[in-house]
Design a protein. Structure first.
Ligand SMILES: NC(=O)c1ccc[n+]([C@@H]2O[C@H](COP(=O)([O-])OP(=O)(O)OC[C@H]3O[C@@H](n4cnc5c(N)ncnc54)[C@H](O)[C@@H]3O)[C@@H](O)[C@H]2O)c1
Length: 281
C-alpha cells in the first residue's frame, strides 16, 4: 500500500454487496488511509450488506436517496459534522433503469421509467454536485468521480435507456467540472468501466456474452472491479490534480478497438450458427 489517501476524507455512494464497484473502492480507499462515510438508499441498506463493509472500514452508513436534494444536503452536513470540516473526495456509483429491469426494449420504453432512469443515473450527479457547491462541502483540489459506460458513445445491444443516462452523466461532469474547477479547483471526472458482473451489471441483457466479446476485443482484457478500485484511488489522490472534465476509459483498450484477431476468429466460427430471428433486436 502507498498511503495515497492518508488524511483524506470522503463519501462513497453505491456499495450494495461485495460485487459492487463502490465496495471495492471502499476497501482500497481504507487500505490507502482514507476515512469516509458510506451511503445508499434505505432499501438497498436493508437488502444489501453495507453494514458489514462499514464495520470492516471502521465507519458508518448514512442513508440517502441520491435523487432527493434534501437527503443529499443532510448527508453532506452530517458528514462534515462527523469529520469536523470539509471532505476531499466523493464516488458516485449509482444507477438504475426500470426499463432494463422490466425488459422494456428501447423502442417500447415506459416514459415514467425513462425519467426515473435519467434522474437516478445522471441528474442525481448534478444534484450531488450542486449540493456540494452550495454547502461548500469539498476542499480545494478535491476530486469527484462518477461511473460511466462506453454505451454513452457507441450503441451496445441491450443497454437501453441507460445509454442516454450515461451520455448525460458525462456531459454533467464536463459542464459542472468547468464551473467547479474555475471557482474551487475541484476535479470532476467520469470513469468508463469495462462490463463487470455486479448486481446492476447482471441486469444488462446478455451481459455474459457481452463480457466475453469485450474480453476478446480488448488488448489488455476486461478491467476487473479490483482494477477499477486501484484506478479510482489514483483519481482521488494528489497524483492527478490536473485531471478534470474527462471521461476516462478504464476498459483494457476496448473503446479504441474496431476488430481484434481474437474476436474475428470467434465471429468466423459463429457464422456457422446464425442468430435466431427473435433475438435480432
Ligand atoms: N457493472 C458494470 O458492468 C458497469 C460498467 C460500467 C459502469 N457501471 C456503473 O457503475 C455504477 C455502480 O454499479 P455496480 O455495477 O457496482 O452495481 P451495483 O448494483 O452494485 O450498484 C448500483 C448502486 O446504485 C444504488 N442506487 C440505485 N438507486 C439509487 C438511488 N436512488 N440513490 C442512491 N443509490 C442508488 C444501488 O443501491 C446500488 O448500490 C453504476 O453507475 C453503473 O452504471 C457498471
Amino acid at each position: 500500500m502507498y498511503n495515497l489517501l492518508k488524511g483524506k476524507k470522503g463519501i462513497i455512494f453505491g456499495a450494495l454487496n461485495d460485487k459492487s464497484l463502490a465496495w471495492k473502492v471502499a476497501e482500497r480507499a481504507y487500505e490507502e488511509g482514507a476515512e469516509f462515510i458510506l451511503t445508499n438508499t434505505p432499501v438497498s441498506m436493508r437488502l444489501g450488506e453495507i453494514d458489514a463493509l462499514a464495520k470492516a472500514c471502521n465507519t458508518k452508513v448514512i442513508a440517502a436517496d441520491a435523487t432527493n436534494v434534501e437527503d443529499l444536503e443532510n448527508l453532506l452536513k452530517q458528514t462534515m459534522e462527523h469529520f469536523g470540516g470539509k471532505i476531499d473526495f466523493i464516488l458516485h456509483s449509482v444507477a438504475m433503469s426500470m426499463n432494463v429491469r422490466k425488459n422494456r426494449t428501447y423502442d417500447d420504453v415506459d416514459y415514467g421509467f425513462f425519467m426515473k432512469t435519467l434522474d437516478i443515473s445522471a441528474i442525481s450527479f448534478h444534484k450531488l454536485l450542486q449540493s456540494c457547491k452550495k454547502i461548500d462541502a469539498i476542499n480545494d483540489w478535491g476530486s469527484i468521480v462518477a461511473l460511466s459506460y462506453v454505451a454513452a458513445q457507441r450503441t451496445l445491444y441491450g443497454y437501453n435507456d441507460m445509454a442516454d443516462a450515461k451520455s448525460m452523466l458525462e456531459s454533467i461532469a464536463r459542464s459542472f467540472g468547468y464551473i467547479y474547477g474555475r471557482e474551487k479547483k475541484i476535479r470532476v471526472n467520469t470513469v468508463s468501466q469495462s462490463p463487470t458482473l455486479t448486481t446492476a451489471g447482471s441486469g444488462v441483457k446478455g451481459v455474459e456474452g457481452l463480457m466475453d466479446f469485450t474480453e476478446r476485443m480488448s488488448p489488455l482484457g476486461n478491467a476487473t472491479a479490483d482494477e477499477f478500485a486501484d484506478y479510482c484511488i489514483t483519481l482521488f489522490s494528489d497524483l492527478t490534480r490536473k485531471v478534470t472534465m474527462q471521461n476516462l476509459f478504464h476498459d483494457g483498450g476496448f473503446s479504441s478497438m474496431g476488430m481484434s484477431l481474437n474476436a474475428m476468429s470467434m465471429y468466423n466460427k459463429s457464422l456457422e450458427n446464425p442468430i435466431p430471428d427473435d433475438i435480432l433486436r
